[in-house]
Design a protein. Structure first.
Length: 295
């Protein structure tokens, strides 16, 4: 009966809008439409229907708030009929006329709402077992989520312990580091001995080659310790080589007083070596080699 009443009272535009409204609001709209038809109206506009709906919701909310206040004032969490009656009295409603209004002859009985089919949720990956609702939780509350949503779940991979894989990864990293260092030196140090397999400038950076720095005494670097890097001034052997080169390139002095004997040069080098070793180097294995004097 309510469906026929609402269809006859509401026009097509309003009924189309009602179909898109949730179920609770549909029931309220049906009640308002039935009340308007009892009052003698044949049609209603959408704006007026929306206004009446808002007024009715506000009135019900105020009654519920007042009833809740009385129940909490009495130390209860659930409402009683007396709380609702007291709230209606505060709202200015005549309680004596409620029974007469409920027994009116031309009243319209609204049918119970149809049971809607429950929408099936799409199946998702579920881990573990869901915890059932506790006895004091109402049945209409949603169920507990999966266990993985509130329990720590490790997302990192287990470390690799296979020797072959680790050896291959180490070799790959070493190869990449050497290749990157070679390209870096070929690009930045333009003055160094760098070569390329291609003559084209656009392809010269693909396979850069760096020349080996040649030394006059190549086996000396393998004999000297490399735990500490010495400057050219700290190594007496290199100082002697530089002095010999400079003396060989410089013009020979004719005066015997201007020429320094070789023994004095060794003595000065020995003194500098002893002073530096006493001041800076405490480890005898890191000290530079001593050159015997030819006295």
């Amino acid at each position: 009966m309510t469906t026929k009443i609402s269809d006859s009272l509401l026009n097509n535009s309003v009924s189309n809008q009602i179909n898109q409204i949730p179920t609770r609001k549909k029931l309220l709209l049906s009640m308002i439409a039935a009340t308007c038809q009892e009052a003698g109206f044949n049609s209603i506009e959408a704006s007026v229907l929306d206004l009446l709906l808002r007024m009715f919701i506000a009135y019900l909310s105020e009654i519920g708030f007042e009833a809740k206040s009385y129940s909490e004032h009495s130390g209860r969490t659930e409402h009683l009929p007396g709380d609702v009656l007291q709230a209606l009295i505060d709202m200015g409603c005549n309680i004596q006329s409620l029974r007469q209004y409920a027994r009116r002859p031309n009243r319209m009985i609204l049918p119970s709402p149809q049971v809607q089919s429950k929408q099936q949720q799409p199946k998702i990956l579920q881990t573990g077992r869901r915890k059932p609702l506790l006895p004091y939780i109402p049945d209409y509350m949603p169920p507990f989520p999966d266990s993985h949503s509130y329990i720590a779940t490790p997302t990192y991979k287990q470390p690799i312990t296979d020797y072959e894989i680790l050896r291959e990864k180490s070799s790959q990293q070493k190869r990449d580091a050497e290749r990157a260092l070679t390209r870096f030196m070929a690009r930045t140090f333009q003055s160094s001995n760098s070569y390329s397999l291609f003559s084209d400038e656009q392809l010269s950076h693909m396979f850069p080659l760096i020349g080996i720095k040649s030394t006059s005494v190549p086996y000396l670097s393998a004999l000297l310790p490399k735990d500490k890097i010495f400057n050219a001034d700290d190594n007496p052997f290199e100082c002697l080589l530089q002095n010999k080169k400079q003396s060989g390139n410089a013009p020979i002095a004719t005066n015997s007083e201007e020429q320094k004997p070789l023994n004095e040069t060794f003595d000065q080098t020995k003194e500098n070596e002893e002073n530096q070793s006493n001041e800076t180097i405490d480890n005898p294995f890191l000290m530079p080699p001593k050159i015997a004097s030819f006295e």
